[in-house]
Design a protein around this ligand. Structure first.
Ligand SMILES: [Zn+2]
Length: 374
């Protein structure tokens, strides 16, 4: 049903207002001006001096103006680290709700990380959440988790503490977490990472919360590499401090996702309670065909990960909208765009996706899985 839908806008349009039959009649040149060859400009209902595009338009598309006010929910961002003005941009663009994820090592200054450092991140988010909500009117909920991008010295302390945080009404998700192929500054053994991921999944299952997975992306081919000592402009990270990968197979990014899914199974967490954020071409087929997980495509920093609305549209075409979401992952350490999700709504339509399917992926699926929205 979706095949060929996009073609209709590119079909040639017929001339309506300047038909050749009337143009050839004598004495019909009152609008044509002095140039005799402008035979098609003789019966225009437009007062323009000569034909403009408007005279040739026919079958103008029936634009879905409801997209202008379509509510949307961003299930993965770090908006509490953004500026006030960036959070306001979410509100101005119609964001109805968001999950502010507090788990990342980007904001813990000491490496390796200790449990207390991550607790500080959680508490900062808990402390500021209500004020953010009052300022901007969207529903601001929290995702709390243990990220594995940097080794944590005493992770069991965090798991013990997390149980009580999961009781909070404002905590709607565990994460972002998931096995990471390589760490910053100091490596973390795969088995230990996996154990921490599974322990969080067990807590999520106990509290009936979904888990946001940080699935590693395969990077896009760039024309050149930057000097390692200056890193990637737009990503505030000392990339030279990355250590040797702990997963070094042929496709470590996909292997990491498979370990996460196995951890969910071992934890007894239903796969439909797992939302794989940063879905991409490397993991979509596996997640769609071999699991029941949701896939969330991160489009707030497409310049870095290479995923944009076209990938979302392709996934909807191939698998339908039932298990697809879109998130921004906006954060202050990245060049990110708070308008990205709103832009994607229009882009999905341009790419031929139905309004109902767009609404499902940007609003209804997030609402159902995370219990947000009205
Ligand atoms: Zn994130």
């Amino acid at each position: 049903m979706r095949v060929g839908r996009t073609i209709k806008f590119y079909q040639p349009v017929k001339h309506k207002l300047y038909p050749e039959t009337t143009a050839l009649e004598p004495n019909a040149s009152s609008h044509a001006g002095p140039v005799a060859s402008q035979s098609t400009a003789m019966t225009s209902t437009y007062p323009t001096k000569r034909p403009t595009d408007a005279a040739h338009l026919e079958d103008e598309p029936d634009l879905p103006r409801e997209l202008l006010n379509l509510p949307w929910i961003d299930i993965h961002n770090h908006a509490h680290t953004l500026s006030w003005e960036d959070r306001e941009r979410y509100a101005l663009a119609g964001c109805e709700g968001m999950v502010m994820v507090s788990s990342g090592y980007h904001w813990t200054p000491y490496k390796p990380v200790r449990a207390g450092d991550v607790r500080y991140l959680w508490d900062d988010a808990v402390n500021r959440r209500a004020a953010i909500e009052r300022n901007h009117f969207f529903e601001a909920a929290l995702g709390l988790g243990v990220h594995t991008g940097v080794r944590i010295e005493d992770p069991d302390d965090l798991i013990d503490a997390m149980d009580a945080y999961c009781e909070l009404d404002e905590v709607v998700a565990v994460g972002e977490t998931g096995v990471t192929p390589s760490q910053h500054v100091e490596a973390w053994d795969v088995d230990e990472q996996r154990a921490i991921v599974q322990a969080q999944m067990e807590l999520a299952d106990k509290h009936d919360l979904p888990v946001i997975l940080h699935t590693p992306n395969t990077t896009t081919d760039s024309k050149r590499s930057y000097r390692p000592e200056v890193g990637v402009p737009g990503y505030e990270k000392n990339t030279a401090l990355g250590v040797e990968p702990v997963l070094d197979g042929e496709n470590p990014q996909l292997e990491a996702v498979k370990l996460d899914v196995q951890a969910a199974r071992d934890a007894g967490l239903a796969e439909e309670r797992v939302v794989a954020s940063h879905a991409d071409g490397n993991n979509t087929d596996y997640l769609m065909t071999e699991t029941e997980c949701y896939l969330s495509y991160t489009i707030g920093h497409s310049w870095l990960v290479g995923v944009d609305a076209a990938d979302v549209a392709d996934a909807i075409d191939e698998y339908g909208p039932d298990r697809i979401m879109v998130d921004t992952d906006c954060a202050n350490v990245l060049r990110t765009d708070p308008f990205a999700l709103k832009r994607a709504i229009f882009e999905l339509y341009r790419y031929g996706i139905d309004v109902d399917d767009i609404r499902q992926v940007v609003y209804e699926n997030p609402r159902e899985v995370f219990g947000l929205g009205t």
